[in-house]
Ligand binder design. Structure first.
Ligand code: RFL
Ligand code: PHB
Length: 389
């Protein structure tokens, strides 16, 4: 088998990379270790940045999103028993879109297949070879048969636990890592959300986030211990904590819990995001705590930069954009890392913090909601910084 770009992983990064390349007339093949049903059912992110919404619409995969998503003009911060609204639309004329990551996945898979794209699901034993040469290869098994795919470039879009990053020899990459002493327990509930827009709550019992997928489907998260056992969180305890951490500012209706998960919190970046003709994109190169809602959006931003660089190479033989891929992405990645870390540290109860630190968090939250300059700074980071041309 031969293709121009071999892509490993059919998450937001891999699927969007393949779609963007197709729009430029460049062929690619995606190899995915899971089934189509699995990746289309995996519940994850829910928030799409302003520019990413435009990208989905402009590249022809935003039609269902435009019909079914919720557009939010701002969000709420809850602290000291009060709710404060920050109006992004008024401050910077932008907003965010609530639309499940698995819906983006469904739309991209449908579009790739309708355009004749190749996605091989259920592959195993994926390995990359010769990435420092002009013709890298990917070997894998499909339906039990060994296969080999030769290409010009490899898109390493296989997420945090994939094989691409670990296949780069020791000493090439620098790792930047930070773990947090807490995690999130999350539920999806067949009940209305606490408010029309998101509520991030700072509370003495710990952080809580009240988000949604639709007007009848609430997505709710609670700060918990980092190595928490899900059995410690029976439904009654989850609802009691969710009510308590709203601090009487809203009344939350309970509903049938249809999904329950634990999420660890971590900030992680590798530099560079490239080794020869292997380009890492999305979670394979960086992850961040979900407090800033940046993961899926960063994955889309990386592949926008990569698709442009590959297109310039194919059209004109230019290599400068490919050579600058990593530094171009990392400038934006680090700003998103900084913001995700900031949102995380300002809202969570840190085991090592004392009364001084809690007062400092409250003072900073009060500053953000009362200063127009600080609100604008929050707004422009939250709706997403521009992707460099
Ligand atoms: P993905 O989505 O993990 O996709 C990688 C794909 O690669 C496949 N794979 C392999 N395929 C072939 N061979 C191998 N050896 C392979 N190894 C792995 C996997 O099966 C998978 O299909 O990475 P990608 O594309 O980089 O996308 C990243 C995003 O999925 C991730 O950053 C977000 O989900 C993070 N995230 C959020 N991001 C946002 O932008 N907004 C949010 O509101 C948001 N909320 C969240 C989140 C993540 C969460 N969890 C569960 C970690 C909320 C939560 C709770
Ligand atoms: C979500 O809707 O799942 C979501 C929204 C915002 C976040 C994290 C998760 O910061």
């Amino acid at each position: 088998m031969r293709t121009r770009v071999g892509i490993i992983g059919a998450g937001p990064a891999g699927l969007m990379l393949s779609h963007l390349l197709h729009l430029e007339g460049i062929d690619s093949i995606i190899l995915e270790s899971r089934s189509r049903a699995y990746i289309e059912g995996r519940i994850r992110a829910g928030l799409i940045e302003h520019w990413a919404r435009d990208l989905l619409i402009e590249t022809g995969v935003g039609e269902r999103m435009q019909r079914e998503s919720l557009f939010h003009h701002g969000l709420h911060f809850c602290f000291d028993g009060e709710l404060h609204h920050i109006d992004f639309q008024k401050l910077i004329g932008k907003g965010v879109t609530v639309y499940g990551q698995q819906e983006v996945i469904k739309d991209l898979v449908a579009r790739r297949l309708a355009d004749g794209g190749q996605i091989l699901f259920d592959v195993s034993d994926v390995a990359v070879h010769d990435v420092l040469g002009a013709s890298p290869r990917i070997t894998f098994s499909h339906h039990g048969a060994p296969q080999e795919l030769t290409c010009d470039f490899i898109g390493g879009c296989d997420g945090f636990h994939g094989i691409c990053r670990p296949s780069i020899p020791a000493g090439v990459l620098t790792f930047y890592d930070r773990e947090y002493p807490f995690g999130w327990v999350g539920i999806l509930s067949e009940s209305p959300p606490a408010d029309d827009e998101l509520i991030y709550s700072h509370h003495e019992r710990g952080f809580a986030l009240y988000t949604m997928r639709s007007p009848s489907l609430a997505r709710l998260y609670l700060q918990c211990a980092p190595d928490e056992d899900i059995d410690n969180w029976p439904e009654r305890r989850i609802w009691d904590e969710l009510h308590a951490r709203l601090a009487g500012t809203r009344t939350l209706k309970e509903g049938k819990i249809v999904d329950k998960l634990l999420t660890a919190m971590r900030s992680f970046v590798v530099e560079p995001m490239q080794y020869g003709r292997l380009f890492l994109a999305g979670d394979s190169a960086h992850i961040q705590p979900p407090t800033g809602a940046k993961g899926m959006n960063l994955a889309l931003a990386d592949v926008m930069v990569l698709a442009r660089a590959i297109t310039a190479h194919v059209r004109t033989g230019r290599n400068d954009l490919l050579e600058r891929y990593s530094q171009t992405c990392l400038r934006r990645v680090w700003k998103a890392q900084r913001f995700s870390w900031w949102m995380t540290q300002i809202f969570h109860l840190h085991p090592a913090d004392n009364a001084f630190d809690r007062k400092r968090q409250l003072a900073e939250l009060a500053y953000v909601v009362s200063s127009e300059a600080a609100s604008i700074s929050l707004a422009e980071n939250y709706v997403g910084l521009p992707v460099e041309a």
